[in-house]
Design a protein around this ligand. Structure first.
Ligand code: FAD
Length: 379
C-alpha cells in the first residue's frame, strides 16, 4: 500500500512518524514544496527571531530519520493535482522542470496555510511576512537597534514580532483596526493585559487605527501579520468539499473516502465541541497527525482533542486550552496577579452556562494541567 502525504510541515511529518510507530510497513511518501526537512514554525517568531536558537534547531527529525524509517521525502516538489477516482496525483518540481504522475492508495492532505496578503503594503515598501525559515532570516536581518519597524496587525504573529523587535532595540509601532489586540480570541478583559504589556515595553500600539501609506512609507521595515489563509485550492480542484478549509468529518476524512486532511488546512466537525472548527495551532498539527495516521490504516478513530496554543512575549509565557464558541461567554473568572509586566502570574476561565469553555494561564506553569482539565467542567 502507498500512502501519499501532500505538504511537508509539522502535520505531515507527525503523521509519517505515527504511521511507522504504529507498525505500518508499506510505502510512505511526503511531497513537500519547501526545500527543507519538515520543521516547526513557532520558534520562527520566538527563540530564532530573538537570536537564541538557529533555524536548523526547529527540524522535526534530522535527515537520517527519513532514511532509517523508509519515509521518502520529496523536497522542493509541489503536488499540482489529485485525481481521487484514479487515485493518482501529479507533481512538479518547484524549481521548474518536468512533472510526473504517481499512484497512491490513501492520501493525506497537510498543505497548511500562508500569510494573508495585505496589498496596501506592496505599494510603498518591500513588506515582510513570516511563515518560512527564509522569511525569518529576512525579518531577523531587519530588526536592528534603532530601526523603525511598523507592524500591521496585533495578532499572535504581530505581537511576537513586536516583542522580538523590542528585544533587538528597534522602535516599534503596531497598527490594529480592532480596539484591542487579540480581542476576538481572548475577549476585552485579557486582551487589555496584552495591550498594557506591549506599551510597558515601549511599543507604540495604535488601536482602532488602520495603517496608512504615509506610515508604511516612513518605516525602515514593514511587517505584515494580518492572519493566514488555508491552502485549499488543490482540494477544491480535486472536487473535495471545501468551505474556508477542507471539510473533514469526526475522523478527519474528507468527502473522498481515501483522502484525509489535517492541520491548518482542515476544517473538522469536532465531536466534543459539536461544531465545525479549523485550528491554526502547532498542537493540532501534531495531534491530528497521529489520529489521521491511525485512520489511514483503517481505524476510524474520532479526533476529540480540544484546541491548545501557547505564546511567548517578553517575559510572559501563556497557554490556552479549549475554545469559546460563536455564542461567546457569560463571564471570565480571573485568579492571581495580572500585572504580568512585573512578573505577575494568573489563571483565567471563560464560562458559559456554568461550564468552562476555555481556560488559560500566564506564567503559572505549575497550574497547566489543572487549567487544562478545568475545560468542560462546571464552575
Ligand atoms: P504548515 O506548517 O503550513 O506546512 C504545510 C507545508 O505544506 C508547507 O511546507 C507548504 O509549503 C507545503 N505545501 C503546501 N501546498 C503544497 C503542495 N501542493 N505540494 C507540496 N507541498 C505543499 N501555533 C501555536 O500553537 N503556537 C505558536 O506559538 C505558534 N507560533 C507560530 C509562529 C509562526 C511564525 C507561524 C508561521 C506559525 C505559528 N503557529 C503557532 C502555527 C503553527 O506553526 C501551525 O499551526 C502549523 O505550522 C501547522 O502545520 P501544518 O503542517 O498544518 O502546515
Amino acid at each position: 500500500m502507498i500512502i501519499a502525504i501532500v505538504g511537508g510541515g509539522l502535520a505531515a511529518a507527525t503523521a509519517a512518524t505515527e504511521l511507522r510507530d504504529h507498525g505500518f510497513d508499506g510505502e510512505v511518501v511526503i511531497y513537500s514544496a519547501e526545500d527543507h526537512l519538515p520543521y516547526e514554525r513557532p520558534p520562527l517568531s520566538k527563540a530564532v527571531l530573538l537570536g537564541d536558537a538557529d533555524a536548523g534547531s526547529t527540524q522535526v527529525h534530522d535527515a537520517t530519520w527519513y532514511d532509517e524509517n523508509g519515509v521518502r521525502l520529496e523536497r522542493g516538489v509541489k503536488v499540482v493535482s489529485i485525481d481521487p477516482t484514479t487515485r493518482t496525483l501529479r507533481t512538479e518540481p518547484v524549481a521548474g522542470g518536468d512533472g510526473s504522475e504517481h499512484s497512491y492508495n490513501k492520501l493525506l492532505l497537510a498543505t497548511g496555510s500562508v500569510p494573508r496578503h495585505f496589498p496596501l503594503a506592496d505599494r510603498v515598501a518591500d513588506p515582510l511576512y513570516l511563515r518560512t525559515v527564509e522569511d525569518n532570516a529576512r525579518l531577523l536581518a531587519a530588526l536592528k537597534p534603532g530601526a523603525t519597524v511598523v507592524i500591521v496587525g496585533a495578532g499572535w504573529i504581530g505581537l511576537e514580532v513586536a516583542s522580538a523587535a523590542r528585544h533587538h532595540g528597534a522602535e516599534v509601532t503596531v497598527y490594529e483596526v480592532a480596539d484591542l489586540p487579540l480581542v476576538s480570541v481572548l475577549g476585552p478583559e485579557i486582551a487589555q493585559l496584552f495591550a498594557d504589556l506591549h506599551r510597558f515595553h515601549g511599543v507604540d500600539l495604535r488601536l482602532g487605527t488602520p495603517v496608512d501609506e504615509a506610515a508604511l512609507a516612513s518605516a525602515d521595515a514593514v511587517v505584515v501579520g494580518v492572519g493566514a489563509m488555508p491552502l485549499t485550492q488543490l482540494a477544491d480542484d480535486a472536487g473535495l468539499e471545501v468551505d474556508g478549509g477542507v471539510l473533514v468529518d469526526e475522523t478527519l476524512r474528507t468527502s473522498a473516502p481515501d483522502i484525509y486532511a489535517i492541520g491548518d488546512v482542515a476544517s473538522q466537525q469536532h465531536p466534543v465541541l459539536g461544531r465545525r472548527i479549523r485550528v491554526e495551532h502547532w498542537d493540532t498539527a501534531i495531534e491530528q497527525g497521529k489520529v489521521a495516521a491511525h485512520n489511514l490504516l483503517g481505524e476510524g478513530e474520532p479526533y476529540t482533542h480540544l484546541p491548545y496554543f501557547f505564546t511567548d512575549q517578553y517575559d510572559l509565557g501563556m497557554e490556552y486550552f479549549g475554545s469559546v464558541g460563536p455564542d461567546g461567554y457569560d463571564r471570565v473568572d480571573i485568579e492571581g496577579d495580572t500585572d504580568v509586566a512585573h512578573g505577575g502570574a494568573f489563571r483565567a476561565y471563560w464560562v458559559k452556562d456554568g461550564v468552562v469553555q476555555a481556560a488559560m494561564h500566564a506564567n503559572d506553569w505549575d497550574s497547566s494541567d489543572a487549567v487544562r482539565d478545568s475545560v468542560g467542567t462546571e464552575r
